[in-house]
Design a protein around this ligand. Structure first.
Ligand SMILES: [Zn+2]
Length: 67
């Protein structure tokens, strides 16, 4: 009589389903990344978004960098 169903939870950050077990060390998050996002530490990475530099301000420094 062991009909244990694995408990599943949804990652609060991305909504991905994951199993609530020992293997999920970042639970309730699906991954370390999602955990960091939720903690706000992901902001440290977010100024590396590609495309932002197209806005111009750092054009000059980029230019001299490439020469
Ligand atoms: Zn996630």
């Amino acid at each position: 009589m062991s009909s244990k169903k694995p408990l599943t939870v949804k990652c609060p950050t991305c909504g991905k389903k994951l199993y609530w077990n020992e293997l999920e060390k970042f639970k309730p998050f699906c991954s370390e990344r999602c955990k960091l996002i939720d903690l706000g530490e992901w902001a440290m990475e977010s100024h590396r978004i590609p495309g932002e530099s197209e806005l111009g301000e750092s054009e000059d420094s980029n230019d001299s960098f490439f020469h």
